[in-house]
Design a binder for this molecule. Structure first.
Ligand code: BGC
Length: 255
């Protein structure tokens, strides 16, 4: 198994891409801390599934927009499994609002959940890796929109652009400790964030037509990349972004 003996934290781990990462990593032998802010029942269901398959997972109710909660989340990994090897900063939201319509509250909320969380998560995880004396990995679930404007979703794009530079700077600064920091940039994925598009046949046709592979990704197709990056087979990758987008960024049709 590719992740035997490793402990992963997955923020927003009870839905969408996060839940797929939990399932895939647990199936490869990792012990998982599932962070969540709502739907504790969904967390319990995933834990039961993982345990039924012979894996190990615990839940922690922690709001990633609060640094104190992130600190407690890292401590939960140490208390439950004795160590931390990989932090996956996955939790994220979007408002799908334009520059003219985005309120101060909306803008700050997106930054807090998508970007500030990843900064302090990286800081606390890095301190734990250094205290353990082990190389560690921070994976940020970014987006094609770390580099590609999405008109009408400005706060999200700004937060993902920030993640792009967080990963590059943190990867460079923390390299001397053997700590790696990598972004995964999905395109459109079948998750709750895209439910409104999936429920609108015309919008879905436009989106599928813009994707060279002709369809949205399954969350498992993102999770498989997490397993590879966390496995030790990607040990020379840091301070960069891996795109997993069905070719959407190179396509000729805009959204
Ligand atoms: C956004 C989706 C969008 C997709 C492709 C994702 O990062 O969350 O709203 O459909 O990128 O543009």
């Amino acid at each position: 198994m590719l992740l035997e003996g490793k402990t992963l934290i997955v923020t927003g781990g009870n839905s969408g891409i996060g839940a797929a990462i939990v399932r895939a990593a647990a199936a490869e032998g990792a012990s998982i801390v599932i962070d969540y802010v709502s739907h504790g029942d969904a967390t319990e269901t995933i834990i039961a599934e993982v345990e039924a398959a012979g894996g190990r997972a615990v839940g922690v109710e922690a709001d990633v927009s609060r640094p104190a909660d992130l600190h407690r989340m890292v401590q939960t990994a140490v208390d439950s499994f004795g160590r931390l090897d990989v932090l996956v900063n996955n939790a994220g939201i979007e408002t799908r609002t334009s520059i003219l319509d985005t309120s101060e509250d909306d803008f700050r909320r997106v930054m807090d959940i998508n970007l500030t969380s990843a900064f302090f998560g990286t800081q606390f995880a890095a301190k734990q890796f250094i205290a353990q004396g082990t190389p560690g990995l921070v994976l940020n679930i970014s987006s094609v929109h770390e580099d590609w404007p999405m008109p009408g979703n400005v706060a999200y794009c700004v937060s993902k652009g920030g993640l792009r530079m967080l990963t590059r700077t943190a990867g460079v600064e923390l390299g001397e400790h053997g700590i790696r920091v990598v972004n995964i940039a999905p395109g459109a994925v079948r998750t709750p964030i895209n439910t409104s598009t999936e429920q609108d046949p015309a919008a879905l046709r436009t989106l599928d037509a813009a994707i060279p592979l002709g369809r949205m990704a399954d969350p498992a197709e993102i999770a498989d990349l997490v397993v590879f990056l966390a496995s030790g087979r990607a040990s020379y990758m840091t301070a960069t972004t891996v795109f997993v987008d069905g070719g959407i960024m190179q396509g000729s049709v805009g959204l």
